[in-house]
Ligand binder design. Structure first.
Ligand SMILES: Nc1ncnc2c1ncn2[C@@H]1O[C@H](COP(=O)(O)OP(=O)(O)O)[C@@H](O)[C@H]1O
Ligand SMILES: [Mg+2]
Length: 221
């Protein structure tokens, strides 16, 4: 196939899938499993994460997750997330999907909508403007929301972390984490065609099967 055909949007466009959910929901675990499964089918798969995923965005990841940006206030923090995302989309996601690859991303716009927007006091108008600048039309084809009670996710995250300190967002109180869960569920209800809500309190294998079912049913593989 010629270069032109490969980059056209015919049958060659890849897919863009995102995982969302709270701390310890199992996003990283399930992302790896889904990528392995798709690769076994012979598909070309790139896994990535936010904040980060490209050299420019990874430099901002440290600023955001260490809490260094917290003192600048929620709006500045949201702007930095958007700057990182714009670089990630342009440097990695858009070209990969255009060339026929699958991109699976650990957190994306919905985390910003929830953490900075719904529960973070950044006005919806600013969130929408930043999203439009950073993402444009590069919306996920499918968003897998891993849903479980915040207390359960935090327990898992703490066990995973061991003696390391919690990051900027994990260290927030349980009520805020529960509100974030509600925020994600509200987003899922508002865009049922894009979201699949997965019960993430089940065993890893059971969650993986639910993810696989959603991917096959929604994306037709
Ligand atoms: N379904 C599950 N049941 C029990 N523990 C899980 C499950 N999924 C993931 N874990 C464990 O919980 C911790 C957090 O999972 P992880 O995938 O890192 O979550 P996230 O990326 O959403 O923060 C890890 O130690 C992981 O092994
Ligand atoms: Mg993770």
């Amino acid at each position: 196939m010629s270069e032109t055909e490969a980059s056209g949007d015919g049958g060659r466009r890849g897919r863009f899938v995102t995982f969302e959910g709270g701390e310890g929901a199992g996003k990283s675990t399930q992302l790896t499993r889904l990528a392995d499964r798709l690769r076994r089918l012979g598909l070309s798969v790139i896994t990535t994460r936010e904040p980060g995923g490209s050299p420019g965005a990874e430099a901002l990841r440290h600023v955001l997750l260490s809490g260094a940006a917290e003192a600048l206030g929620p709006e500045a923090e949201a702007i930095l997330f958007a700057a990182a995302r714009a670089d990630h989309v342009e440097a990695l996601i858009r070209p990969a999907v255009a060339s026929g690859q699958w991109v699976i991303c650990d957190r994306f716009i919905d985390s910003t909508r929830v953490y900075q927007g719904i529960t973070g006091n950044v006005p919806p108008r600013l969130i929408a403007a930043l999203e439009s600048i950073s993402v444009g039309t590069m919306l996920p084809d499918l968003t897998l929301l891993l849903d479980l009670p915040a207390a359960e996710g935090l327990k898992r995250a703490a066990a995973r972390r061991g003696f390391d300190t919690a990051d900027r967002f994990e260290k927030d109180g349980i009520d805020l984490h529960e509100s974030r869960r509600d925020g994600f569920l509200a987003l899922a209800r508002s865009e049922p065609d894009r979201f699949a809500v997965i019960d993430a309190a089940q065993e890893v294998e059971t969650v993986a099967e639910a993810v696989w079912y959603a991917v096959r049913r929604r994306l037709g593989i």
